[in-house]
Write a protein that binds this ligand. Sequence first.
Ligand code: AMP
Ligand code: GLY
Length: 428
Amino acid sequence: MRVLVVGSGGREAALVWALHTSPSIDRLCCAPGSAGIARLAERVPISVDDIDGLVDHAVAERYDLVVVGPEAPLCAGLSDRLRSHGIDVFGPSAAAAELEGSKAFSKEFMARHDIPTAGFKVFTEADAALAYLRDPGTRYPLVVKADGLAAGKGVILADTADEACAAAADMLDGGAFGDAGRRVVIEDRLVGREVSFFVLSDGSRYVELATCQDYKRALDGDAGNNTGGMGCYSPSVYLDAETRRTIREKVIEPTIRGMAEEGRAYRGVLYTGLMLTEQGPQVLEYNARFGDPETQVLMPRLDGDWLPLLQACARGSLEGVEPRWKDEAAVCVVMAAGGYPGSYEKGTAIAGLNDAEGQPGVIVYHAGTDGGDEEGWKTAGGRVLGVTATGATLADARDRAYAAVERIRWDAEHHRTDIALDAIKRDA
Ligand code: AMP
Ligand code: GLY
């Protein structure tokens, strides 16, 4: 089989890592991939926003399956275009990816299908938004969100009307986030523990994936700015069987059913971010893709081959498919360039990679590197490496991951030192 993975970050490095050992694949390519990914897959120099280029390439090379990593090409209709050429695609159609691509759509969808989420209002005019935000009846704190894709930056947690008005005016009048900010969602602030929930769906059926927990803030103790994710672990200690059942019944099933009813059957991975509140789980957001770095811990935990699972989703044939998970935990620590998620340097030499990769149970995913084994590896992004380890327990996996992190060095490297620590303390 010929398989193309679309993307170039840590998530795609993990997908390629998982697929490269699949016995059914004889050609594995990645567009555009990266120097790190090139160790396991053939690189195809086409960027993720070149939809025409990707479609032409996929048709010419007759791929049997295309696995789309990031949200932007999904929202731009890559899956629809490939399917129209008879190519199997893991990744939802543009209409289904709107669950991530438009927060207004996703909130209104949840309201239509009684899916628990924070109360909200949608605005396209700054005057109306500011009048609402200044209304004495409006309760604070609240959250102002750009409607469209904003690379995780379009969410402003506002404690006061001044902050909220500034954010809304910036988006609706100031052009912040471009088209993505022409509509805003203003919603109530939820309080509780944030968890992620992943299922694979073929449009009508779904299977639950292993649970994981990510760490979004830049600094230890959940301080500092929001990032794409500074680390994660699996399985999550915060999602017991009862909570998972509630999430499946109140959120996942109505979502899959509702999307099918609305003619937007959802095929691919549905990643739901939830807040566990005193009133039960409430949806914060949907994502139409795998999480990054959650994929880095999910991939090694599957007991078996990922290919048939992804293929079954793509073909609408999940019936009878039941993934099995290893009885092992996994921990991923993201090593980032100093300054991330703000500005940071690129091109800094990385030392100790081979040593770290040789440690037991360790996989080092390249998220933002350049160079190679011969000329030496250099940093080329904000999140540079996802240092992941599996182990018999969460504590073992964590020790192994940090032992590997200790062996890797570069100037101004930054990582959190407390990934999975709360989970281990809680279970002790
Ligand atoms: P989103 O991209 O919508 O998930 O928002 C990014 C982050 O903002 C989430 O991971 C939460 O930490 C936070 N957030 C979003 N919506 C809310 C909300 N209604 N209440 C509290 N926190 C929120
Ligand atoms: N780790 C968060 C995300 O992938 O959106």
